[in-house]
Design a protein around this ligand. Structure first.
Ligand code: BV8
Length: 253
């Protein structure tokens, strides 16, 4: 199947952990997923961090270490190519914090849940900063600026935990894109179980505006019925065909 992009149509894409699975990054809710052995609240909430920052930092340090050997895959690259074709009529929203879309060359990206390779201070207003440090097991990173002022403030990963709001500028950018697209909006969700909000509700917002919706996923997710078109299989295989340019699609027939 090819996702038809008539002249003037806009494409909004949402990705989840599934698009990075073929890059060797574990997903959250699959059998061997990241949440195995953890409860969401324990490792992805401010309450869990306040209660046991060592466990939370161990969870994120392991993921930072995994990222060192991860590279974008054909699914990421297919999204770069369609962005190059559509320009400002394309917007990629990712729930992933692995930075692989940017590493693949995507530029029109909203990182809805933050970025694993950034940290921020829990005690001062310093701007979140690049930080790929894999803090040693049981290590608790302290903000250097706070320490210099005699305060003992913990650093935390610059990601959005449960109960925390989405990045305001990111949500405004998505809203502006959907408004500009109007009825010419096409929506594609890739590699997401459709259980985390507000991202899981984007498909309903698009349908409410009369937009056509597509899903590419390894299995039927919770919100599969909300999509007009569903393709079950690996994103690394399905996305290049689904998003091929009309010429490439015709040549493949
Ligand atoms: C908020 C941190 C408000 C970063 C994450 C009751 C009903 C509705 C909503 C709620 C509710 N109770 C609470 C809520 C809100 C809550 C929520 O949605 N809870 C859920 C669990 C019910 N949401 C929030 O709290 C959000 N904030 O609402 O704030 C607010 C407003 C104003 C002021 C204050 C507060 C915050 C949500 C973000 C939470 N942070 N993680 C990190 O550690 O990464 S969530 C976590 O799940 C990740 O971010 C991840 O991205 C996200 C979604 O998971 P998926 O990406 O979908 O991954 P998953 O493993 O689940 O699925 C992968 C899929 O890929 C599978 O289907 C698999 O089949 C497929 N797949 C696998 N391999 C492939 C593949 N597909 C294709 N190809 C392959 N090769």
């Amino acid at each position: 199947m090819n996702l038809p992009l008539e002249p003037g149509s806009y494409l909004l894409v949402l990705t989840g952990a599934g698009i990075s699975a073929e890059s060797g990054i574990p997903t959250f809710r699959d059998a061997d997923g990241l949440w195995q052995g953890h409860s969401l609240e324990e490792v992805a909430s401010p309450e869990g961090f306040a209660r046991d920052p060592r466990t939370v930092w161990r969870f994120y340090a392991e993921r930072r270490a995994d990222l060192a050997s991860a590279a974008p895959n054909a699914g990421h690259r297919a999204l770069v190519e369609v962005e190059e074709r559509l320009g400002d009529r394309f917007l990629l929203v990712t729930q992933n914090v692995d930075g692989l879309h940017t590493a693949a060359g995507s530029r029109r990206v909203v990182e809805l849940h933050g970025n694993l390779m950034r940290s921020r201070c829990t005690g001062c207003d310093r701007w979140p900063f690049k930080d790929s440090t894999v803090y040693r097991p049981n290590g608790l990173p302290i903000c250097g600026r706070c320490r210099a002022k005699g305060r003992n403030a913990l650093l935390r990963p610059d990601v959005v935990w449960f109960g925390e709001p989405m990045p305001r500028d990111g949500m405004l950018r998505i809203q502006a894109f959907v408004d500009a697209a109007g009825p010419r909006l096409r929506y594609l969700a890739v590699g997401t179980s459709g259980v985390v909000y507000p991202a899981a509700a984007f498909v309903d917002a698009v349908r409410g505006r009369g937009g056509q919706t597509w899903l590419v996923n390894a299995e039927l997710p919770a919100n599969a019925d909300s999509f007009d078109h569903v393709e079950i299989g690996p994103a690394g295989t399905l996305l290049p065909a689904l998003l091929a340019s009309p010429a490439a699609a015709a040549a493949a027939l």
